[in-house]
Design a protein around this ligand. Structure first.
Ligand SMILES: [Zn+2]
Length: 330
């Protein structure tokens, strides 16, 4: 309530008084549908009568609209704004790219409710770049070159970060589709632990991509490059079902690793890896901040974690936790 003024004029007391904000359940018809929402109102602290607070009606309206949209599964205005940002596109070219009238998106942003069909279409566009690509392809003749180039460059970008033609790319996407907030830094460490745990629990090499001992721990350069543009931010990819790309036995190991390691942020995971032989040995001779691309061999990973496994039993969560605390990082 900070955004309101502290005191307002009370018509009853005929003076400026402080007030309290309360809520009441209200039923209202919204686009032909009955909706219930919690409406805010204010009462004078002195006499208890209702007072009017500037800005509160607008807030009530916005919240009512959002609540109705959420309840009936319609796209929110904020989500339509997210679409504009996601595809780096203005209102008009977006309308055209989606096959709508040229002012349609503008009207939606002003509060007009899309019909269910268009609303569903917009929701899909927000979370599924392939669907956007489809719509864009059939409507691109309607859009000017400048706008088209910007959309295409975004589509190419999404195509790249959501592609998976190798096992490590599929595992990366699987990790990025998990419930955890993953950055490029944490992704690299998780891929490393997935490799290690597949060796230990399945005696199988899940991938054989080059792993290097960088300043910030083990890194798979191909995957690092792929998601570099996200910097230190969370990597966002489209939802995808990878059950056909990754065997169940591997998915079980990945889930196990995520459950035990993805709860830590990238910096903590980096510190874990700095306490482990595979990175330490490969990085030996380099200064703390010195650029290093020495290879961490798959054998080094296997040997180290096999040794750790016989000491801690990594097939048990308690064993993994014991091992983690033995690293002296947390
Ligand atoms: Zn009063």
């Amino acid at each position: 309530m900070d955004k309101y003024m502290d005191k307002v004029l009370c018509a009853c007391c005929r003076s400026v008084q402080s007030y309290s904000v309360l809520t009441e359940k209200k039923k209202r018809i919204w686009n032909g549908i009955e909706c219930t929402y919690n409406r805010r109102y204010a009462v004078c602290d002195k006499c208890g009568n209702r007072v009017s607070v500037p800005g509160m009606d607008d807030l009530n309206e916005t919240e009512f609209d959002n609540k109705c949209r959420e309840e009936h599964d319609y796209i929110l205005i904020d989500e339509i704004n997210d679409i504009l940002i996601r595809y780096d596109v203005e209102k008009r070219p977006l309308s055209l790219a989606l096959g709508m009238g040229e002012h349609t998106i503008e009207n939606y942003l002003k509060g007009q409710l899309p019909n269910k069909h268009y609303s569903d279409m917009l929701k899909r566009v927000l979370t599924n770049y392939r669907y956007m690509q489809e719509l864009y392809s059939s409507n691109k003749d309607r859009i000017n070159n400048h706008a088209a180039k910007k959309i295409e460059s975004k589509l190419e970008f999404y195509n790249r970060i959501n592609s998976h033609s190798s096992m490590i790319e599929s595992v990366a996407l699987y990790v990025l589709n998990s419930k955890y907030e993953i950055t490029n830094l944490s992704l690299q460490k998780l891929l490393y632990y997935v490799e290690a745990f597949c060796q230990v629990l399945l005696q199988e090499k899940i991938y054989s991509n080059r792993c290097e001992a960088w300043t910030y721990g083990p890194v798979y350069p191909d995957i690092y490059e792929k998601y570099k543009t996200f910097g230190k931010e969370q990597i966002l990819v489209d939802p995808v079902d990878l059950s056909k790309d990754i065997d169940e036995k591997y998915r079980k190991v990945i889930d196990y690793v995520l459950n035990l390691f993805a709860i830590y942020n990238g910096v903590t995971l980096k510190d874990f890896s700095h306490a482990e032989d595979p990175w330490k040995n490969a990085h030996a001779g380099y200064g703390e901040k010195e650029h290093c691309q020495e290879i961490i061999t798959h054998e080094a990973i296997t040997d180290y974690f096999t040794k750790i496994n016989s000491k801690y039993d990594l097939s048990k969560e308690a064993g993994v936790k014991k091992y983690i605390s033995s690293l002296g990082v947390i």
